[in-house]
Write a protein that binds this ligand. Structure first.
Ligand code: SF4
Ligand code: SF4
Length: 398
């Protein structure tokens, strides 16, 4: 497939108002500067935006004309990737490459988790025609224990190493790999024929529902549903019942895809937490003004220090709220915040919202996330020690 700018950014709609770059929570340019940098990006010239953008998607929310300004930056990164590749140190954050974070998560699985993921793999290759399934992508596979919960009673969960929506590759502009992973998903769904796929992760939802079909021509046959909708339905029908109130003030870490999709999506985890008895507090800045958990901070320069510093930024915001708990609803955010938290002793527990829902349903949760995040970080650093300062660049394709 030939990738064209028009599939990512709508130039005809752009009025060159500069609002996307002046309202950007990272750049915050003056109007004149915003317009000048926008012009450079449109012309395909070098712009400092390409080295400072943190891939947070917020500019898409600020554009009054729905021109998708983030897509323009992304496309220029795609061109950079074609020309220069990516530094070899980036491999450890790419979920289907060698010695990546997933590999180290798997080595730390408990026996119970190994049984769970094997069951998910078997489900994927069983008779699924017309059935509803839950899709656990790469970030969910870092924490399989999250699914050992009454929340998923009677649900059919599917997953397999390498079955990936391609989100991280998309954020880095590695479009050829995104297309390849999308084609793999297309083939898996065509064979298994589930009728509805419930996406555990909002990034995976946005990829499978919107980005893969619209930008990459991938035809996914099942209906793609966000887990927030599925969970709220289950609460309404009584399949999920909360037996103990959370009674905690929880600060929410927004998912980049949550804010890109809008309040209808980002509100759902909040609504679930409120139904479970929590008081939900937003960080300041929040929603479309919030930058990411830190994971995407590393995309511009492929620098792990940028990621940790981004995570610490979010921890500081959480601490400033005075909340009892810091709660992400995305598993990538969870991993990133747990890793960054090792460098920022806030003394606020960080808990995934599924753990809280599980607790509210009456099941105690033994979280494995802290220990696992520490092990992943140490092993990634040790295995990548030779890569961190390497100037070698690669094209992870094939
Ligand atoms: S993606 Fe985020 S950091 Fe990048 S230009 Fe848009 S708003 Fe700014
Ligand atoms: S992309 Fe949208 S916000 Fe940015 S300059 Fe164009 S019209 Fe304005």
């Amino acid at each position: 497939m030939d990738f064209e700018l028009k599939n990512f950014f709508d130039l005809d709609r752009c009025q060159l108002c500069g609002r996307c770059l002046s309202q950007c929570p990272v750049l915050g340019y003056s109007e004149d500067k915003a317009k000048a940098e926008k012009q450079k990006l449109i012309k395909g010239e070098w712009s400092e935006v390409l080295e400072r953008c943190k891939s947070c998607f917020s500019c898409n929310c600020f554009c009054p004309n729905q021109a998708h300004p983030y897509g323009l930056i992304l496309f220029r990164w795609f061109e950079r990737y074609q020309k220069l590749g990516i530094p070899i140190r980036a491999l450890s954050s790419l979920p289907v490459e060698e010695k990546n974070f997933m590999e180290f998560a798997k080595r730390d699985y408990t026996r119970e988790e190994r049984v769970l993921v094997e069951e998910w793999r078997k489900n994927l290759h069983s008779e699924l025609s017309g059935r509803e399934v839950i899709f656990v992508g790469c970030n969910g596979q870092v924490f399989p224990y999250l699914f050992n919960s009454p929340v998923f009673k009677d649900a059919v969960i599917i997953s397999e190493p390498g079955l990936c929506c391609g989100e991280v590759y998309y954020r880095m502009g590695i479009f050829s790999r995104v297309e390849k992973l999308g084609r793999k998903l297309e083939a898996v769904y065509q064979k298994a024929k589930p009728s509805r796929v419930i996406m555990f992760c909002l990034a995976g939802y946005n990829m499978q529902k919107n980005i893969l079909p619209k930008n990459f021509g991938i035809r996914l046959e099942p209906e793609i549903i966000y887990i927030g909708d599925w969970l709220l339905d289950r609460v309404k029908t009584g399949a999920i019942q909360f037996k103990r109130a959370l009674n905690r003030r929880v600060a929410i870490q927004e998912s980049c895809h949550g804010k890109a999709l809008g309040k209808d999506f980002s509100e759902k985890p909040r609504e679930l937490l409120r139904l479970a008895g929590a008081e939900v507090i937003d960080l300041n800045p929040c929603r479309e003004k919030q930058i990411c958990c830190g994971a995407a901070d590393g995309i511009t320069r492929f620098n792990p220090i940028d990621m940790v510093m981004g995570g610490i930024r979010q921890w500081r915001l959480a601490k400033a709220t005075g909340a009892d708990l810091f709660v992400p609803y995305c598993a990538t955010c969870y991993l990133m915040l747990k890793m960054a938290g090792k460098f920022y002793p806030s003394f606020i527990p960080c808990v995934h919202y599924l753990e809280l829902l599980t607790y509210a349903m009456g099941k105690d949760v033994v979280s494995l996330a802290d220990k696992r995040a520490g092990k992943i970080m140490t092993k990634v650093m040790l295995s990548s020690a030779g890569r961190i300062f390497s100037r070698k660049r690669i094209h992870p394709e094939g």
